[in-house]
Design a protein around this ligand. Structure first.
Ligand SMILES: Nc1nc2c(ncn2[C@@H]2O[C@H](COP(=O)(O)OP(=O)(O)OP(=O)(O)O)[C@@H](O)[C@H]2O)c(=O)[nH]1
Ligand SMILES: [Mg+2]
Length: 357
């Protein structure tokens, strides 16, 4: 899973990336219009991984991970004529976006538009993404019409044309494709286009030093998904401290949860994912997987062989296993459940897959 930090120049993307990943990337270096990407992988904090490891004493403990990409260079006007190849390639690879907007006041950092207005800035980049998608749709529609005029693949091409014309109407009405409620199967069919406005997006408002949400933050609160308010620079400083010092610092500033924890949790919500565990002497491991996945689909997250040869799964919630102290103990008291292919995975299930290939 990979999420891209996007936003207008100087909104605080790199600052928040540093806070989130503990990186120490220099700020103020991106050139508007020139793509500049840095990726960091973050371990997902998990209350059950350590206690499970204590039971199994495995050679390896593998936490779930999320990659975050700091994507510099996006700016107003960038989509006129279509997004350039390098931008498209990078943005296509993202599973979703964290859209950073500036709400901090700082006279040393003049805003190119002369004032601080987070909603305006969000709209500016949203419009660029709408335009970028519109160009993709238009080009494809043109192409399909050409093919149809030659009488090629009439049925399939007509179906695709109708679908794309629906998407085009939505984009022209400035409605991002993610808001259309397109069913998952149809979304999968659209994957080849990598529509930017179809990808899930969460707004992060950089409120700077203000402990109280600023005007600019309040003005974006009505957004579709509730934005996160982040004190960018402060959080980036905290991320550089030793854990004990960081705790003192956070207490002093009334910060109850680090930006890393908050954003990771929000990322899970955004991507509709949850965790299951596999356990054993070899490794204890956390696996992110889509909420609603069946046991067989979840087995496929581990390895395609396990999905193909799936027979059944032994399941127990992680807290129960930790309390009981082991799989044998759990089996003894009848807490280790046998589940079939269609079982819907619950958050924090421990799964052992029985399979045959
Ligand atoms: N006062 C204040 N300044 C901040 C805060 N967050 C970021 N800045 C400053 O704002 C400037 C831009 O921050 P960056 O993190 O470089 O922003 P960016 O979005 O990565 O910018 P580009 O990569 O140039 O597009 C830097 O000088 C930061 O130090 C904040 O919370 N408060
Ligand atoms: Mg930057």
């Amino acid at each position: 899973m990979k999420l891209g930090l996007i936003g207008l120049p100087m909104s605080g993307k790199t600052t928040i990336f540093n806070a989130l990943t503990g990186a120490n990337r220099p700020t103020d270096v991106a050139v508007p219009g020139k793509i500049d990407v840095q990726i960091a992988v973050v371990n997902v904090p998990d209350p059950y991984l350590e206690p499970l490891a204590e039971i199994f004493n495995p050679r390896k403990i593998v936490p779930a991970q999320i990659a975050y990409a700091d994507i510099g260079g996006l700016a107003k006007g960038i989509s006129s004529g279509g997004l350039s190849g390098p931008f498209r390639n990078e943005l296509n690879q993202m599973d979703g976006f964290l859209h950073v907007a500036r709400a901090f006041e700082d006279s040393n950092i003049p805003h190119p538009d002369g004032s601080i207005d987070a909603q305006r800035d969000l709209d500016t980049l949203d419009t660029e993404f709408l335009l970028a998608d519109m160009m993709v749709v238009e080009r494809r529609i043109e192409r399909l019409k050409e093919e149809l005029s030659k009488g090629k693949d009439r049925a399939a091409n007509t179906r695709e044309l109708e679908q794309l014309e629906r998407l085009q109407a939505s984009l022209e009405a400035e409605t991002p494709l993610r808001e259309l409620g397109i069913p998952p199967a149809e979304q999968r069919a659209l994957r080849g286009y990598s529509f930017l406005t179809l990808k899930p997006k969460l707004v992060l408002v950089n409120i700077g030093e203000e402990a109280q949400p600023t005007e600019a933050f309040v003005s974006v609160e009505g957004q579709h998904d509730r934005p996160l308010a982040i004190q960018g620079e402060l959080e980036a400083e905290i991320a550089q401290l030793e854990p004990e010092e960081a705790a003192d610092f956070m207490q002093e500033y009334g910060i109850t949860e680090s930006v890393r924890d908050r954003v990771i949790r929000a990322s899970y919500d955004l991507l509709h994912i949850q965790t299951f565990f596999t356990v054993g002497d070899d490794e204890v491991r956390a696996w992110p997987h889509p909420i609603g996945a069946t046991a067989q689909e979840a087995a496929g997250v581990i390895h395609s062989d396990l999905q193909r040869g799936f027979i059944r799964a032994e399941i127990i919630p992680a807290p129960d296993l930790i309390e009981l102290g082991g799989l044998a103990e759990a089996r003894q008291v009848g807490k280790l459940r046998q589940e079939g292919k269609e079982y819907i995975m619950q958050n924090n299930d421990v799964m052992t897959v029985k399979f045959n290939v």
